[in-house]
Design a protein around this ligand. Structure first.
Ligand SMILES: Nc1ncnc2c1ncn2[C@@H]1O[C@H](COP(=O)(O)OP(=O)(O)OP(=O)(O)O)[C@@H](O)[C@H]1O
Ligand SMILES: [Mg+2]
Length: 272
């Protein structure tokens, strides 16, 4: 992991009218780092990712991607709102996998994965196919290239979605609860694909999850969000073995209770 931040949030806040969803977020994510975000439902995790993906506009503050301002452009020493062209260019640095896969139903798996490399990156079809086939192999779908999405399981579809995002070679990959819409028996295969990608090293990742074992295994650093702030952060050991804030302690104890009861941890433990 290098010491160059690939993403910097500086005093970023987000409100919807009078609802403050994120409050003064400062966050650096370093090249190659795997940052996992945990926290109660409604604490702002998805919003944090959506601001970086340019799906939501920050109310105040700045975000930099690889040294460039994402939402702003500097003109004659003054910051102005970035235009669509600027956003489009910077957005190509960021890949995202959501809860729902949104594959193109009328296209084969291979076609789904080569679309953006051809139309966004401008690759030749042969090169795009070569990359896509390699990527689909990595997610265990080498034998499904000519299949249509409707004939895949949810876990397989989500693995296509991962391949489709990673094939663009983004500078940072965001995963927002990539497994929470899946049947429980399909969760493991998708988490293991993400773990394999993480273990390959160079890719910078921000992962939002309610899967605490996965968080512990994959994270270099864990952020705990509550009420729109990063309340605590640290290594998996610090967060899970020695949580400092009462809010994190109570959040973790709710998970432990569920495990102790022998149940499946709830997808979204609610805030107090
Ligand atoms: N478009 C919107 N308009 C108004 N409020 C919104 C909007 N989007 C999100 N919010 C509010 O912002 C808060 C944070 O939402 P966010 O989706 O970031 O939470 P989260 O931590 O990802 O929760 P979960 O674990 O349930 O996915 C919530 O209170 C939500 O209701
Ligand atoms: Mg969310």
């Amino acid at each position: 992991m290098s010491q160059v931040p690939i993403v910097r949030y500086r005093d970023v806040s987000k409100s919807y009218g009078s609802i403050h969803v994120l409050n003064h977020i400062d966050l650096d994510i370093y090249s190659g780092e795997k940052v996992v975000v945990i926290g109660p439902s409604g604490s702002g995790k998805t919003t944090l990712a959506r601001l970086l993906m340019t799906l939501e506009h920050p109310t105040s503050g700045t975000i930099e991607v690889d040294g460039e301002l994402l939402w702003h452009q500097e003109v004659k020493g003054k910051l102005i709102q970035a235009n669509e062209q600027h956003l489009h260019r910077l957005r190509s640095n960021i890949g995202m996998v959501f809860q729902h896969f949104n594959l193109f139903p009328h296209m084969t798996i291979l076609k789904n994965v080569i679309e953006a490399p051809i139309h966004v990156l401008g690759l030749q079809r042969a090169e795009a196919e070569e990359r896509a086939i390699e990527m689909l192999g990595k997610v265990g779908l080498a034998d499904k290239l000519n299949e249509y999405p409707a004939r895949l399981s949810g876990g397989q579809k989500q693995r296509v979605a991962i391949a489709r995002a990673v094939v663009m070679q983004p500078k940072i990959m965001l995963f927002d609860e990539a497994t929470s819409a899946l049947d429980p028996e399909l969760v493991g295969e998708v988490l293991s694909v993400i773990k394999d990608l993480a273990a390959q090293g160079d890719m910078t990742m921000m992962l939002i999850t309610h899967e605490m074992d996965f968080a512990r295994e994959v994270a270099d650093r864990i952020l705990f969000t509550d009420g729109g702030s990063i309340v605590e952060q640290g290594t998996p050991e610090q967060i899970f073995e020695n949580p400092q804030s009462p809010r994190l302690q109570s959040f973790l104890s709710r998970f432990r209770q569920t495990w102790f009861m022998g149940g499946i941890p709830q997808a979204s433990p609610s805030a107090e």
